[in-house]
Ligand binder design. Structure first.
Ligand code: ARG
Length: 456
């Protein structure tokens, strides 16, 4: 493509280090779409003849059909998807193909293709996350009343419901979706027509190509247009944050599936066995989701580090922008799908959750609150009294609501038998009626509101 200036061809390793076709072939749809929009505009503006534009456009259709049927060949000599497409076009329609690249550079071409690709990626993630939220909602509704221990420091803290716990993840996903939507809105400007870096002298119509490609309009500065990769970084940021959420749920499933917890049994579909220990059912899918989150965060780091020292405008370092985005996107897609499947098919062992909630003196706060409410005792003093009650229950090896009234009254004479109304785990969760609280009625209201809203 630049033979005029060169006497010698590239070294073999140069060819290899230079080529992006092994990975950027994934951009072929976007590359063809960008070229179609560009050549239609060139024809309309009279920069190429209407006839040539039509020939090129029909040729591009053929290239696309060929890619679709046979895949994209990895010809290192053709370097990248842009050259591959142009070479294919030339083979099909002859020298007129050479007019396609008028008023364009691979710099604005790749920036355009990549934006289009990331935009599609966001749209796919949006669909997947909506499905994940749906799974969370369905299981949360089923378990709006299922009591489990709520933890702080991974110590039993206060009883909550499983429905409430799952809805916490729904909220995280809602924020993820809103982050992706936000990134998409900022991404949706067309760099096409920025040309190599300075714009072009040809009378192009950037509004027309932007509109044809579904962008909201053209980018405003040609230097920025070719060297901005914020959209990819923002995508990776949202992906990393989302992966982090999936990883926390994966971690909880791993913990809950362990024998000492026994809160969940993951379905066969999402577990693996051991070749030596016949009893094993390992939560490999959840572990891989947890593992993949590290790689996705690594992808974000990789691209930020690639970009941070680059002077304007294009430098070849920027060719390395694509592998981390592709990798993160693939890993995120798998992770969302796997977590959705695990949530849908998990058998929650509500009996085990309930007894764990009952075993951990998790209603101690309810006793303290009762003393404040009914006895008019300052909270700090009530805290102290309750601490003594827990100590006594521990000595006797009973739950708080099984502690005899005589023992309670020995600790504080102001306690009477009505206290038992608040000491059960069910009474405890039912009392947490504040907005956003774990009371089953609140959880049901949250689920209903989620069903009404758009999930963001
Ligand atoms: N394959 C290149 C990339 O992905 C396309 C842009 C090449 N531009 C250039 N001036 N060498 O970044």
């Amino acid at each position: 493509m630049w033979g005029g200036r060169f006497a010698e061809g590239p070294a073999a390793v140069m060819r290899e280090i230079n080529a992006s076709i092994p990975f950027d072939k994934r951009l072929w749809r976007q590359d063809v779409a960008g070229s179609r929009a560009h050549v239609a505009m060139l024809g309309k503006q009279g920069i190429v003849s209407a006839e040539d534009a039509a020939t090129i456009s029909a040729g591009l259709d053929q290239v696309a059909a060929d890619y679709d049927a046979n895949g994209v060949a990895e010809d290192l000599a053709l370097e990248d998807i842009h050259m591959q497409t142009e070479a294919k076009l030339a083979a099909l329609i002859g020298p007129v193909a050479g007019r396609l690249h008028t008023a364009r550079s691979r710099n604005d071409q790749v920036a355009t293709d990549f934006r289009l690709w990331v935009r599609d990626a966001i749209d796919q993630v949006e669909v997947a996350l909506t499905g994940f939220q749906h799974a969370l909602l369905t299981r949360a509704e089923e378990h709006a009343d299922s009591v489990m221990p709520g933890f702080t420091h991974l110590q039993s803290a206060q009883p909550v419901t499983l429905g409430h716990h799952l809805m916490a993840y729904y909220e995280m996903v809602a924020r993820d979706r809103s982050r992706f939507a936000d990134a998409r809105a900022r991404l949706n400007r067309s760099p096409l027509g920025s040309a190599a870096l300075a714009g072009t002298g040809f009378p192009i119509d950037r509004d027309a190509t932007a509109a044809a490609l579904g962008f909201d309009g053209p980018t405003r500065n040609s230097l920025d247009g070719v060297s901005d990769r914020d959209f990819a970084i923002e995508y990776l940021t949202a992906a990393a944050q989302c992966a982090l959420h999936l990883s926390r749920l994966a971690e909880e499933f791993i913990l809950w599936a362990s024998q000492p917890f026994g809160f969940v049994s993951l379905s066969d579909q999402w577990s693996t066995g051991s070749s030596i220990m016949p009893q094993k059912r390992n939560p490999d899918a959840a572990e891989l989701v947890r593992g993949h989150s590290g790689r996705i965060i690594g992808c974000l780091t990789a691209l930020m580090i690639t970009m941070k020292g680059l002077p304007l405008a294009y430098s070849k370092d920027m060719q390395d922008d694509k592998p981390p985005v592709f990798e993160a996107h693939d890993l995120l897609g798998l992770s969302i799908a796997a977590m959705t499947g695990m949530v849908e098919s998990a058998a929650f062992r509500t009996d085990r959750m309930r007894s764990a909630a009952e075993a951990g003196f998790s209603t101690a706060t309810d006793l303290a609150d009762w003393l404040v409410r009914e006895g008019g005792i300052p909270f700090r003093e009530a805290h102290h009294v309750t601490g003594s009650a827990v100590k006594r229950a521990e000595e006797l090896g009973v739950a708080l609501d099984k502690l005899p009234i005589a023992d309670l009254q020995a600790i504080d004479a102001r306690i009477d038998a009505t206290v038992y109304d608040v000491l059960s785990v069910d009474a405890s969760v039912a009392s947490r009626t504040s907005f956003g609280g774990t009371a089953p009625a609140r959880v049901r209201a949250a689920i209903a509101a989620a069903r009404e809203g758009d999930g963001r």
